[in-house]
Design a protein around this ligand. Sequence first.
Ligand SMILES: O=C(O)CCC(=O)C(=O)O
Length: 296
Amino acid sequence: METLTDEQRERWSTDGYLHLHGVLSPDEVSLFSQELDKVRLLPGYEPGQAQLGHYEWMETAKNTDPAGFMDRRDLLNYGQHFIDLIDRPGLFDLLVDIMGPHIMLSMTQAIVRPSTDSFPGYTHTDGGEGLREIRVSETSPPIAMKAMYLLSDVVQEDGGALTVFPGSHVRPFPWRRDEPLTPHSPGAVQLPGRAGDCYLFPHSLWHGPAPNHSGRARKTLLYNYAQMFVRSYDHDVTPEVEGQLTPRQRRLLGDLGYGFRPGSYFYVPPDQEELIYQDERGPTRWTGPRIVDQSG
Ligand SMILES: O=C(O)CCC(=O)C(=O)O
């Protein structure tokens, strides 16, 4: 399996994110982009009238214009391409190198952010309010993290870029309920990118979308992963999806190979590492994150 370079490891530790270039090929970008145009016409979960962050079943997206807003969860039901992305070769290796092998897929999401003057951006930590206060050290694997695939070029300031607050994953970040952080607060860095790029970042990093004044919609796919004891918070594994999964994907969706017992997910099954690594290095290969040698 591939591992992070020393430079990537150092960036991950200090900045709290990685920008990987050209992870999806141009063909994959156009395929997923077209898939999202179809998905919005199908039933699924979208933000509704309920409280912030809670999704409701809709017959189509609220906006059926391909360049209009869409925020759709639970993507695995929309076809094999979305299932294949669970453990995409190349990217998944790096994710396991960061998190270790005791993980699950916790959420899938597709977001289209239209060009508009009415959305000022939105800055937050993932995992709800909790991860504003709970953070692990820079030498620890994260509790949960995200792979965000860009399906559109984002080249200008306020063009809908992922905006991050580097370092906020490991230090208390000053925030006030009555004065929310914004994509223009001190410390914010907008990350331009090209269609096919992928950003990796932990849930504890302050981040969010910049406003999009580019004149073009920005499409993304998001796949979240968590340490297994945290478990998935989004998936309904239908029999159709189940029938399409590889053994590793089944495990990443929570199939431990036996029925639930107290203690399941708290301790991982004995074949966890073998299944996740699926290579000749065997089940005891992972020895925890490496510390970057700063001595040069
Ligand atoms: O739309 C984006 O740029 C980022 C989405 C986001 O903030 C998130 O996935 O938590």
